[in-house]
Design a protein around this ligand. Sequence first.
Ligand code: NAD
Length: 440
Amino acid sequence: MNIAIAGTGYVGLCTGVCMAHTGHYVTCVDIDEQKINLMKSGKSPIFEEGLEELMTLNNERLTYTTDYINAYQNADIIFIGVGTPEKKDGSANLSYVYNVAKQIAHNVTKDCVVVVKSTVPIGTNDKIENFIKSELKKPVTIYVASNPEFLAQGTAIRDTLHASRIVIGVENQYSENILRQAYNGFKDIPIVVTNRRSAEMIKYASNDFLALKISYINEIANLCELIGADIQEVTNGMGYDERIGDKFLNAGIGYGGSCFPKDTKALHWLASFHDYEIKTIKAAIEVNEQQKFKLFKKSRKYYESLEGLTVAVLGLTFKPGTDDLREAPSLVNVPLFVDDGAIVKVWDPVGSEAFKNAMEREHNSELNEKVEYCDKIEETLKEADICFIFTEWPEIKALEPKDFNNMKDVIILDGRNCYDLNVFSGKNIKYESIGRSLIS
Ligand code: NAD
């Protein structure tokens, strides 16, 4: 099939590359010329395990371009994978999706199915179909289908090639057939066919359930700290129950990333729009906002303020395996440390550059100048008065107590429960994590 994909972010590029891997000819379209040039030279603009290798392997079936006219003219199927970021009021910003819809409507020259992969509020697919029909320049038939994406950053390629399910939201048999053909090479993955609104809802309901699970377990962890229980023992015991499952029960300093924060807020906004309050999601959002400050609050036990202290920060990205900083707890904490008067040294294996840019964008250069970006963990910890851990990168998890010996005072506040309490219980270490007993 001749496939065009609008947007070469985490979703668009991974989908495009995996579609090419199963034998389709794929044109990846983006408005960002720099990204396109990078991909043309064989490099991926995002850090995702196995992506660059698959780009090379399927090079002959992949085209990268900013020329959307040509790409959409010749496609049998066009996937939309552009961003739907959060607006100030919490609703989803659909302007990127509508821009693509307009570009498609003005340029298609043959019948095709437009597939919305971006996460969009329930009812959007209907509106996009009407919008495209009203903007068409040629007498062609366009159907819109919903095909939400469930990949997780850090495991995006594996999640795409071995997805738990492929959800297809359609209003006619023709669209279903075309989508089944597109996914023909994805073996042994259940295909769930629904109407468009249900497909859109499956995406929000799934993401928000996962966010809820994290906020729930974070609250249980907070209570564990107060009553002397150990969250890891608790979740281990809970996980044996198949109705609960043992996944997504890791307590920490809260979820981040480009999806959970915005998708919880978007569903909450949508419910309010329909005069309904979705209380569980509201609670998940509130708990997560608070959880991000958990380590900062803990630091007050050791220092009244961070004024004049050297603070080491290990891990910046919202989770390991990605260079994505969106909504990462580090982004709210590092400015807080600087404002509190600290000299902040940070380390991350892939996220430092993106962090620097985000700090400049969301705060200011003056604040950013107070942050020292280190190449090595050892250099970050040297002479530090306190260490905060925000991401469980393997390099950080592999550290042993002796690796912290070059700190001035070994106070480790671990937001991702990286270490065994028994191992990090030496006399000279003050180690605190989330939901586990304090050993000092
Ligand atoms: P992203 O921000 O990484 O990438 C979006 C890309 O679209 C950018 O490269 C941008 O330049 C490009 N773009 C914008 N306008 C364009 C246009 N008119 N034509 C072509 N390209 C254009 O986004 P993402 O993280 O891949 O997310 C995309 C969508 O998928 C969102 O709705 C998101 O909620 C959803 N989603 C994301 C994930 C994830 O883990 N990132 C998982 C599932 C679903």
